[in-house]
Write a protein that binds this ligand. Structure first.
Ligand SMILES: [Zn+2]
Length: 481
């Protein structure tokens, strides 16, 4: 007897319990993928499994739905594997130990993988049923969502006819996700030249910033340590001559940098006024960011007189100008969804090597043309200064559709079932729907899911009553003509 066998809807929880008994960490989804293939064959459904272990299962329309447009149901096979220190479970070989606590299902000592096992359970329960009415169903189970969305990136969707996609990977009932940002990494490079000089070395450090994820926290008004560093240098340039020995800051393009450093060379007679100027910059930054980033600390120390290699004045000037003048932060807010950042960029990594100054930006936008234009801006200014840009890791946006038949139907059905309005949401980070929208022209997608708490932690819980309500809701959406 299963732990969940008394729960309703029976089939959904039966499949969920089976999924929890099969190991399925990211990059190790093979067993669960094979289980889905076996399930499809047992139910005489067409099935495709690729080398990555993505699975597509197709079930033809039930009677009376032959003329309706197909619906794509999508979720991911992998789960985040976290466990408590004393938990003996090996995620590659063992199943999870499920328990029921009031309205919640939990896994003892580990993550539950309700994200996104519940999507797989819902889909299998629908595919197995003879009693549910639906148009042609095309079910997509992807791998490696939690690590880099490689499954969605690599999947061949040429057999998919549907353009209505129900993604089941959200964690709050009553919320419908309808858009996410696309993005890319843009590296701006400026070739540099050096000369030898003698003077007093001054170390400048910018630290104590809050930082954050550039897709989630770019709207929090926090400072960027790389940009504050360039500002300090610009201010020093107003009162004294100086040379740049080194500069660095940040480690990932999608993280707002929290710490940056530079070494500069000044004439011994200018040291005290340079230090005073740095103190003045520190005061300005502290005042400007006193609410949004209160821990900012800009400090300077002298190292004494040395002969060192410094950037030529011409390159140093260009470097500081470039960091200062290239855009950063929010570029535009969405006109369609209140509070949503439409386009942004983050100068995540600043590096100065023998050959070049490198500035790495995470560019994001929920509008593809805006992402292109912003990249063009970076390229134009960098090229004007004599440098070049490199683009990598490009992924498309899931753009908000003003006319979405699927969203309109889903909102209406929700209202009829629950006498309240669902919340329409969009996020500035990337999702699988964005990648799939890039492959399925004209895709109309909505992402939903039942209530979950503590996702990606050992506290993860799945609400039983919400799972039942979302199941009933999905059946109404499938039935809708
Ligand atoms: Zn997920």
């Amino acid at each position: 007897m299963g732990v969940l066998s008394e729960l309703e809807p029976k089939e959904v929880f039966r499949y969920f319990e089976e999924i929890c008994s099969i190991p399925h960490p990211s990059y190790k989804e093979e067993k669960l993928s094979d289980y889905c293939v076996k399930f499809a064959k047992e139910h005489n459904l067409s099935v495709f499994q690729d080398e990555l272990k993505n699975v597509i299962i197709i079930k033809e329309a039930t009677e009376g739905y032959e003329g309706e447009p197909p619906i794509v149901i999508q979720g991911h096979l992998d789960m985040v594997c976290e466990k408590e220190a004393d938990c003996p479970i090996d995620f590659e070989t063992d199943g999870l130990k499920l328990a029921i606590e009031g309205d919640y299902i939990t896994a003892q000592g580990t993550t539950l993988g309700g994200d996104d096992g519940i999507a797989v359970a819902y889909a299998l329960a629908i595919l197995a049923s003879d009693a549910i009415s639906h148009p042609r169903l095309e079910v997509i189970f992807t791998v490696s969502e939690e690590v880099g969305m490689e499954g969605a990136s690599g999947i061949d969707v040429s057999m998919i006819k549907g353009r209505k996609l129900l993604n089941i990977d959200s964690e709050e009932e009553g919320y419908m996700l309808t858009s996410c940002a696309g993005g890319r990494s843009v590296e701006c490079e400026l070739f540099v030249s050096w000369e030898e000089k003698k003077g007093v070395v001054v170390d400048i450090s910018v630290s104590g910033l809050l930082g954050g994820h550039s897709g989630v926290e770019i709207d929090k008004g926090r400072a960027n340590s790389n940009i504050l560093l360039a500002r300090a240098l610009m201010d020093i340039g107003k009162i004294a001559e100086y040379d740049i020995i080194s500069m660095s800051g940040g480690s990932k393009d999608n993280a707002i940098p929290r710490k940056s450093e530079a070494k500069i060379l000044v004439e011994s007679g200018d040291v005290s006024k340079v230090l005073a100027q740095i103190e003045a910059v520190a005061k300005k930054a502290a005042a400007e960011y006193s609410t949004s980033d209160p821990g900012i600390c800009i400090q300077a120390e002298t190292e004494g007189e040395q002969t060192v290699f410094v950037l030529t004045r011409e390159t140093a000037e260009k470097a500081v100008l470039l960091i200062t003048l290239l855009p950063n932060g929010i570029q535009r807010m969405s006109a369609d969804i209140e509070g949503l950042v439409e386009t942004s960029l983050n100068l995540g990594v600043l590096k100065l090597s023998r050959e070049a100054l490198s500035l790495r930006y995470a560019v994001r936008s929920s509008v593809g043309t805006a992402k292109e234009h912003l990249t063009d801006k970076l390229e134009a200014l960098v090229a004007y200064m004599g440098g070049k840009i490199k683009i990598s890791g490009d992924y498309p946006a899931w753009e908000y559709r003003k006319d979405s038949a699927l969203r309109e139907d889903m909102v209406r059905i929700y209202r009829e079932m629950y006498q309240k309005e669902p919340v329409i949401q969009a996020i500035h980070a990337g999702l699988e729907c964005g990648i799939l929208a890039g492959k399925l022209d004209g895709l109309d997608a909505v992402s939903i899911g039942p209530d979950m708490v503590g996702v990606h932690t050992t506290e993860e819980k799945l609400s039983i009553s919400s799972t039942r309500r979302v199941w009933e809701y999905i059946l109404e959406v499938l039935k809708c003509k």
